[in-house]
Design a protein around this ligand. Structure first.
Ligand code: ATP
Length: 732
C-alpha cells in the first residue's frame, strides 16, 4: 500500500516552537507521550494545514493562539506554519505533481497564507483539491480527543453532512453549492436584465412609433419629391412656353396698335383737309347767272310771241305798238311824281320833279319810237332776230345749267370724300381700341404668367424647406409627350395633391428624424443585446438547474447506496464491539414540507420554513444486546465511545479516506474493548493510513511505527521515533 501521507512538518505551531517533522513510513503510526506534551497539537496541525477555519476545533480563539507563544527559555514566534507532504504518484490529488506539499502559515495579525508546492494559492483551491481526494470537510477523518462521540452528539443535519463527507460527496456538494450560487446570480442577472428591458420598453415603443412616423413621412416626402419633380417640370415648361407665346402675341398686338394709331391720325388729317366753301360760292354765282339767263329767255320768248303775233296780224294797233300795262305803269309813275311836287313848297324840289318827269316822258316817247309799227317784212325780220336771240339765250342758259351741275357734283363728291374719311377714322379707331384691348388682355395674361413664375419659385423654396435637396433634379425629369397640350386643370389637380401631401407632412410634425432614428437604433440594439443576454442567461440557468438536478441525483444515489453499505458495516462493527445488538443510520423525515402559494399576481411564492425543518437529516437507532432500553440517551460513556467508533469505522470502511487521525478515541475503552479496537485498527489500516494518538498498549501494538512527543523544561514539544518498549514507558 502506498502511503499517501508522507510527512508533516510543524514550525512555530502551538507548542512546537522549533521545527519538528513526522515522517510516516507505516500504514499505522502511533503518537505517544505524556499528558500535555503536545500530541493533540499534532492532530490540530493536520486540521490547520488542511484548511480548518474553526478556531474552536483547534482549541483557540484567535489565529495568534496557534503561534508558539514563547517560554522563559525560548522567545515567541511571529508565524506558525505547518507543511504536509502527499505522495501523488497515483494522482490522489488532481494536480500534475508526483509530490504535493501543502503549507499553511498564520501570522500574528491573523493573516493566513496557503501554498501549494511553494506557490501561493487560495484557501478555496486547497479545499477543492483535497475534497477531490476525499480529504477535509466536516473533518470526520480527524477525530479529536474526547470528540469521538461528536457524531452521536451532532444534529441530524450535521451527521448527514459527516456521512456525505465520508462518502466523498463533498465534491458534489461543492459543485452543487457553486452551481446554486451561480444559479442565484444568474437569477439576479435575469431579473436585472428583465427589469432593464422593462425600463427600455416604453422608450423603445415610443421611439418605434416615432420611427414609423418618420418612415411614413419619408415615404410621403419621396412621394412628394416625385410629384413635385413632375409638377415643376411641367409647370416650368408651361410657363416658359406661355411666356414666349404671349410675348410674341404682345409684340404683334403692339405693332398692330401702333400701325392703327398712325393710320387713325392720317385719317383724321385727311378728314380735316376737305374745304367745301369755294364750290358753294361758285354754285351761288352760277345760280344767279342762271336766273338772269332764264329771265332774258322769258323776255325774248314773250317778245318773240308778240312779234310773231304782229307778223300774223300784219296790222298794227296802238295797243299793238304801246302795250297798255306799259302806259298805265308810266302814268302811275308820273302821277306819283306830280303828287310829290304838288305837296312840296320847295321850288327846287318842284323843278327837280319836273325835270324827272320830262326825262321820263322823253324816255317814254323814245320807247314809243322804237316800237313803232313795222311793216310785215320788218315784223318777219323782227321775229327772226328774236328767234336767234332766244336760241342764243337758251343755249347760254343750258351751258349755265351744265356748269351748275358740274359744280354741284363736285360739292357732293367732296362731301362724300369727307364722309368716307370720317368713317375710316371711326373704323380705324375701333380697330385700334380692339387692338389695344387685345394687347391689354395679353399683358394681363403675361402678368398672370409672371405671377405663376413667382408662385413656381415660391413652391421650389417651400419644397426645399420641406424635403431639402431632394427637390433638386426636377429640371431633369422628362416632360411626357403631349404634356403642354393637356388641360391646365390636370396640372391644377397635381398642385392640389401636392398641397395635400405637404399638409400631411407638416401635420406629421417630423423633421428629418436622424437623431430619433439613431436613438431608436441604439435602443433597439441595446434591447436586442439584452434579449440575447436574457436567452443566454435563461439557457445557462436551465443548464445550471440540470447540473444541480444531476448532482442531486448523483448525491442522492450515492448517498442512498453509501448509507446502505455503511449500515452493513455498522451492523458488523457494532455486533463485534457489543457482542450483538444493532445500530442503524436512517434518513429522518423532514418536519415540514415547503408550502407553495400564489401571490396576487399569480406568481408562485415559496414560504420557506426553517431550513433544518426541511432537511432530511440522519438519525441513529441503537439497540444494545440483552437490554430492553434503546436510544442514544441510555448509553454509558464507554458505550457511546464504542458506538462512535463503530460508526466512524463503518464510514471509513465504505469510502476509505487516504488517512485517518484518531486522537485518543480509545481512551474510554476497557481492556477487552481495547483489544477489539486494536483489531479494528488493523483492519482499517489495510484501507486507510492511520495516525493514532493513544495511551493504550493494545493500540500501540497495532501500529507499525511509533513517535514519542516530549516536552522539556523549555516548554517546547519534541518529536522522536521510539521503539514499542520505550513507547509504553513514555505513555505512562
Ligand atoms: P494529553 O495527553 O493530556 O491530552 P497532549 O499531549 O495532547 O496532552 P496537548 O494538548 O497537545 O498535550 O498540548 C498542550 C500543551 O501545549 C500545553 O502545555 C500548552 O501550554 C501548550 N501550548 C498550546 N498552545 C501553545 C502555544 N501557542 N505556545 C506554546 N505552547 C502552547
Amino acid at each position: 500500500m502506498i502511503l499517501s501521507l508522507k510527512s508533516i512538518e510543524l514550525s512555530g505551531f502551538k507548542s512546537f516552537g522549533k521545527k519538528s517533522e513526522l515522517v510516516f513510513t507505516s500504514p499505522i503510526a502511533s503518537i505517544v507521550g505524556p499528558n500535555g506534551s503536545g500530541k493533540s497539537n499534532v492532530a490540530e496541525a493536520f486540521r490547520f494545514v488542511l484548511g480548518e477555519q474553526s478556531m474552536k476545533s483547534m482549541r483557540s480563539r484567535r489565529g495568534e493562539d496557534l503561534i508558539w507563544g514563547g517560554s522563559p527559555a525560548m522567545s515567541r514566534a511571529n508565524r506558525a506554519s505547518v507543511k504536509v507532504t502527499f505522495d501523488n504518484t497515483h494522482r490522489l490529488l488532481d494536480i500534475d505533481f508526483k509530490e504535493v506539499v501543502i503549507e499553511r502559515v498564520v501570522y500574528r495579525d491573523g493573516q493566513n497564507e496557503y501554498l501549494l508546492n511553494g506557490s501561493q494559492v487560495r484557501l478555496k483551491d486547497v479545499i477543492r483539491l483535497l475534497a477531490g481526494a476525499n480529504i477535509g470537510g466536516s473533518g470526520y477523518q480527524i477525530i479529536s480527543q474526547g470528540e469521538a462521540d461528536r457524531i452521536l452528539n451532532a444534529s441530524a443535519r450535521e451527521r448527514r453532512e459527516m456521512v456525505e463527507d465520508a462518502l466523498g460527496l463533498k465534491l458534489y456538494q461543492h459543485k452543487k453549492a457553486e452551481s446554486e450560487k451561480k444559479l442565484e446570480e444568474t437569477g439576479v442577472n435575469i431579473d436585472k436584465t428583465k427589469s432593464l428591458r422593462r425600463e427600455i420598453a416604453p422608450h423603445l415603443n415610443f421611439l418605434r412609433a416615432q420611427v414609423e412616423k418618420i418612415e411614413k413621412a419619408r415615404e410621403m416626402k419621396e412621394e412628394l419629391a416625385a410629384k413635385m419633380h413632375e409638377y415643376l417640370a411641367r409647370e416650368n415648361a408651361y410657363i416658359t412656353q406661355e411666356d414666349a407665346r404671349l410675348l410674341e402675341e404682345a409684340r404683334a398686338h403692339d405693332a398692330d396698335a401702333r400701325a392703327l394709331a398712325t393710320r387713325a391720325d392720317e385719317m383724321r388729317q385727311k378728314r380735316g383737309g376737305t374745304a367745301p366753301g369755294a364750290s358753294e360760292v361758285e354754285v351761288n354765282a352760277l345760280e344767279s347767272k342762271l336766273s338772269h339767263a332764264r329771265q332774258e329767255s322769258a323776255r325774248l320768248e314773250r317778245e318773240l310771241g308778240r312779234a310773231e303775233g304782229a307778223l300774223e296780224a300784219n296790222t298794227v294797233t296802238v295797243e299793238q305798238i304801246v302795250p297798255v300795262p306799259h302806259v298805265r305803269q308810266f302814268v302811275r309813275e308820273i302821277e306819283v311824281e306830280i303828287g310829290q311836287a304838288e305837296q312840296s313848297d320847295d321850288i327846287g324840289n318842284v323843278r327837280g320833279v319836273l325835270s324827272s318827269v320830262r326825262g321820263k316822258i322823253k324816255s317814254f316817247i323814245e320807247g314809243l319810237t322804237g316800237s313803232a309799227p313795222e311793216t310785215s317784212e320788218e315784223a318777219r325780220l323782227h321775229v327772226e332776230s328774236l328767234t336767234h336771240q332766244l336760241k342764243a339765250a337758251q343755249e347760254h342758259e343750258h351751258s349755265i345749267v351744265a356748269e351748275l351741275e358740274t359744280a354741284r357734283a363736285k360739292i357732293a363728291a367732296a362731301r362724300d370724300a369727307t364722309f368716307a374719311a370720317e368713317r375710316e377714322v371711326i373704323e380705324t379707331e375701333g380697330k385700334l381700341r380692339e387692338a389695344r384691348s387685345r394687347l391689354a388682355a395679353v399683358q394681363n395674361a403675361r402678368d398672370q404668367i409672371a405671377a405663376l413664375r413667382e408662385r413656381f419659385e415660391e413652391e421650389i423654396r417651400e419644397g426645399i424647406t420641406l424635403i431639402g435637396a431632394a427637390i433638386h433634379g426636377w429640371d431633369k425629369s422628362e416632360i411626357p409627350q403631349g404634356a403642354l397640350s393637356e388641360d391646365r386643370s390636370t396640372q391644377e389637380k397635381r398642385r392640389r395633391e401636392i398641397e395635400r401631401l405637404k399638409i400631411k407632412i407638416e401635420e406629421s410634425g417630423i423633421g428629418n428624424g436622424d437623431a430619433v432614428m439613431r436613438e431608436f437604433n441604439n435602443t433597439k440594439e441595446r434591447d436586442e443585446f439584452l434579449a440575447k443576454e436574457l436567452i443566454d442567461l435563461e439557457q445557462s440557468a436551465a443548464s445550471l438547474q440540470n447540473i444541480i438536478a444531476e448532482l442531486e441525483e448523483t448525491i442522492d444515489a450515492r448517498f442512498t447506496e453509501g448509507l446502505k453499505l455503511i449500515n452493513v458495516a455498522l451492523h458488523e462493527f457494532f455486533a463485534k464491539l457489543f457482542g450483538g445488538g444493532e445500530a442503524k443510520l436512517f434518513v429522518e423525515k423532514p418536519k415540514h414540507s415547503a408550502k407553495r402559494d400564489l401571490d396576487e399576481d399569480g406568481d408562485e411564492i415559496e414560504e420557506v420554513p426553517d431550513e433544518d425543518e426541511l432537511y432530511a437529516g440522519l438519525a441513529i437507532s441503537v439497540t444494545l444486546p440483552r437490554k430492553k432500553m434503546h436510544g442514544l440517551e441510555v448509553l454509558s460513556g464507554g458505550e457511546r465511545a464504542l458506538t462512535s467508533i463503530a460508526l466512524i469505522f463503518s464510514m471509513s470502511q465504505v469510502n476509505p479516506p487516504p488517512f485517518l487521525i484518531l486522537d485518543e478515541t480509545d481512551a474510554a475503552l476497557d481492556e477487552a474493548n481495547s483489544k477489539r479496537y486494536a483489531d479494528m485498527i488493523r483492519e482499517l489500516g489495510a484501507k486507510s493510513q492511520l495516525i493514532v494518538i493513544t495511551h493504550n498498549r493494545a493500540t500501540m501494538a497495532a501500529a507499525g511505527e511509533l513517535y514519542g512527543v516530549t516536552m522539556g523544561s523549555d516548554g517546547v514539544s519534541k518529536l522522536l521515533s521510539v521503539k514499542f518498549e520505550e513507547a509504553t514507558k513514555v505513555a505512562k
